[in-house]
Design a protein. Structure first.
Length: 246
C-alpha cells in the first residue's frame, strides 16, 4: 500500500495549497453538521471528533465549528443535507468510492456520472466495490519524534491494529469503533498526533502503469473538485516512476 498511501499524502498537501479556502470550509462544515446528528459531544462521537480535527486542520474558525455542531444537533436551523455513496470504476479497472453530501440528489448523481464518463470511468451498482474497503481510524505521527515501538506501546491498549511506514510519518490504523479510545491513549501518553480521521482503506491495491496512473489521478481530482463530493477513495497503487515525478 505504500505507493497508494504516498500518493494520498501528496494529494492532500496539494489540496491544502490549491483549493480555495471557501471550498475547504464548506466541505468540513458539512461533515461536522452530519457528524453532529449522532450527538454533539465529540468525546462520545468519534465521527464528530474526527470532523472537528479536520476543520481545525484547515483553520475553520471556532465559532463556525460551534455553529455547525448546533445545526447538526438541531439547535439551529439547517438546510436538508443527504449523504450518498456512489461506487464505480476508474481507468484500469480501479475500484472507486465517492462520498457525497447534497441538497439535490438528482443534480449530484448527474454530475458524478458525467465526471466519471468524461474521464474514462463508469458508475457501478450499489455494493459493487464497497466490500473492497474497510472503514478505519487513521492517525499520523512524526517519524522524527516517535518510533514504531513507542506508538505500539502507547496504542495497543487503545485498539491500535497496525503501524505503517509512510516515508516521513507513521500511519497508525485502528477499527472505526476504537477511534476515540486510541486517540485518548495517545493523548494520555503525551504523544502528539499530526492528523487523524476516519477513512476507507482498501483491503488490497491494484498496481497501475504510468499512463493509467495519470488517468486515475485526473479523474480523482475532477471528482474531488466537485462541490458535493466530500471524499474519494480508490484502490490503486502508483508506479515508482510516477511517484518520483510528483
Amino acid at each position: 500500500m505504500a505507493g497508494h498511501s504516498k500518493w494520498k499524502n501528496i494529494q492532500h498537501r496539494k489540496g491544502r495549497q490549491d483549493l480555495k479556502r471557501g471550498k475547504m470550509f464548506t466541505k468540513v462544515t458539512k461533515e461536522i453538521i452530519l457528524a453532529a446528528k449522532g450527538g454533539g459531544d465529540p468525546d462520545m462521537n468519534a465521527r464528530l471528533r474526527a470532523a472537528i480535527d479536520a476543520a481545525k486542520a484547515v483553520n475553520l474558525p471556532k465559532d463556525k465549528i460551534d455553529t455547525a455542531i448546533k445545526k447538526g444537533t438541531g439547535e439551529l436551523a439547517s438546510e436538508a443535507l443527504e449523504e450518498i455513496m456512489y461506487e464505480g470504476y476508474a481507468p484500469g479497472g480501479v475500484a472507486i468510492l465517492i462520498e457525497a453530501v447534497t441538497d439535490n440528489r438528482n443534480r449530484t448523481v448527474a454530475e458524478v456520472r458525467h465526471i466519471l464518463s468524461k474521464n474514462g470511468g463508469s458508475m457501478g451498482a450499489a455494493g459493487c466495490v464497497a466490500w473492497m474497503f474497510d472503514t478505519k481510524g487513521v492517525f499520523a505521527f512524526d517519524k522524527e519524534k516517535y518510533t514504531e515501538d513507542q506508538l505500539l506501546e502507547a496504542g495497543l491498549e487503545g485498539g491500535v491494529e497496525d503501524v505503517l511506514d509512510d516515508d516521513d510519518s507513521w500511519q497508525v490504523l485502528c477499527a472505526a469503533e476504537d477511534f476515540h479510545t486510541a486517540r485518548s491513549a495517545f493523548e494520555a501518553a503525551g504523544i502528539e498526533i499530526m492528523s487523524s480521521g476516519l477513512n476507507r482503506i482498501p483491503q488490497n491495491t491494484v498496481a497501475v502503469d504510468v499512463d493509467t496512473g495519470r488517468k486515475v489521478m485526473k479523474l480523482y481530482d475532477a471528482l474531488d473538485d466537485n462541490d458535493d463530493v466530500q471524499n474519494v477513495y480508490a484502490n490503486f497503487e502508483l508506479p515508482t516512476e510516477l511517484l518520483a515525478e510528483m
